[in-house]
Each structure stands twice: as structure tokens, then as C-alpha cells.
Design a protein around this ligand. Sequence first.
Ligand code: GUN
Length: 283
Amino acid sequence: MAVLIDGKATSQAIKDELKAKVEEIRKTKGESAVPTLAVVLVGDDPASAVYVRNKKKACEYIGIGSRSIELPAETCEEELLALIDDLNGDAAVTGILVQLPLPAHIDENKVIERISPEKDVDGFNPVNAGRLFTGRPGFVSCTPAGIVELLKRHDINIAGKHCVVVGRSNIVGKPMALLMLKENATVTVCHSKTVNLQEITKQADILICAIGKPRFFGAEYVKDGAVVVDVGIHRMEDGKLCGDVRFDEVEPKCSAITPVPGGVGPMTIAMLMYNCVQAAGMQ
Ligand code: GUN
């Protein structure tokens, strides 16, 4: 039986640590030193609205301020960029998050690049991506950062292991590979065009599945005793959630595995809150 890597409990533990830290900041440095996150939502995508609500709830739990800015879908790029300029210049705002995706008429890259790197708690700004690339301190994308934290808190050794990352997005796959390299893993990055994917994933001691296809990875992709991390989250026809991994098939083969839901998902918000507290400490 594989160890179940519990993202829900780990996320809760991190949030409780941050809550204590924020209480301490409030007591010793006063209200003005407490972090405030500005969350910008453009349009009325229902999934984005749920994510934003959960982020605000996490802020409330930890005791940090949150400012919510909801704009209509017709908002033009210039307006959004001007809002970001205002938030960049507002000393009371210590973190800025623009929920993605944005409506098609807005250039996401332009928006991400406009957020001050020191307030970029998502870690999406190329300055922070570059800091990760060059091994300097900066904000790291929350999902991959959460995965490393999850492995460490479950005493899973990373150094020297062969880590195969399947997926190459700027938000998950690429930063994931760099973080595992930083932890001294030997890293292979695969993607949807990789030839003989199975041959490569079967060599993984740690397999990170972020291909974005529901129940794609079966037992044939996994080495006996591997650690499997499932980054996918998909709603099935019956309303249930599933990941990129066929959990029922893969679980008996591996030494440890993250479930969906309750694995990687809850860690993303915990790491966002971690970044928010870091941001305020630096400003
Ligand atoms: N949309 C889906 N995930 C994310 C995220 O982590 N950050 C932002 N800003 N938008 C998202």
C-alpha cells in the first residue's frame, strides 16, 4: 500500500503556521506591517470566481488583508494596466494577483509583466521566473513550490533521485523542473510530443504528472516503488473530480501518491499565502 500524500492536512499546517506568524507581526509591528493581497478578477468565469473566493477565504483565515477588485469582461487592456500601476504604487498593498485566464482581448503577458516583481506573489513575472532560473531568491509559482513542500514534509528524499516532469507550462512544468534541479534531483522534462513517453516515465523515482489529460497515466507508466504526484484536476461527467493519474491502478504500484482531490490542489493556496507573508516582510 502506498503512502497517501495528504495535501489537505499539509496545507492546513502551513496556514496555521502563517496565521501564528501574522499574529506575531500584528502584535510586534502593528497593523501597518500586516500583508494585504489585492485580487483582481476580470469577467465572470465561474471557475475563476470560485478560485478567487477561496483565496480571499484563506487571507481571512490567516489574518491578512484582502482587497477585491472585480472588473467587467469588457474592461480594456489599458484600464487593467492602469489599475496595476495604481496597486504597484500603493504602499498598503503588499501582494498583487490577477486571476487568469483573462478575456481574449487582453494580452496576459503584458499584464503579468506590469505587476511589480516585489508584489508578484504568483511568481509569474519574468523577473521572478529569471530569479528561479538563476538560483536567486524570488517568488516561485505556487503549485510547483507546494509540491516540493509536500514532498519535504512527507520525508521524501529528492536529492539524487530521477524526477520526470510531464508538462512544460510556465506555471507548473518549467518551474517544477527548476525546483527539482535546485533540490539536486536529476530531472527529465517530457510533454505531449515526447516519443516513447512510457519508457521515460518508467525510469522515474519521482513522477510529476501535469499533462492536463484526465486519467492519462495508468500503471504501465509507473516504476514499482515510484513516488507519483498528480497535478491534474478535472471534473468528470458524473460530477466527481479526477486527476491526470488513474489512481486506482497506479496506487498499488507506488511507494507514495497524491490523491485528487486533497493532494496538490490545497497546497497552491497555502504557498500563495506563504508568498504574501514573504512579500510584506520584504517591503
Ligand atoms: N488561474 C489558475 N490558476 C491560477 C493561479 O495560480 N494564479 C492566477 N493568477 N490565476 C490562475
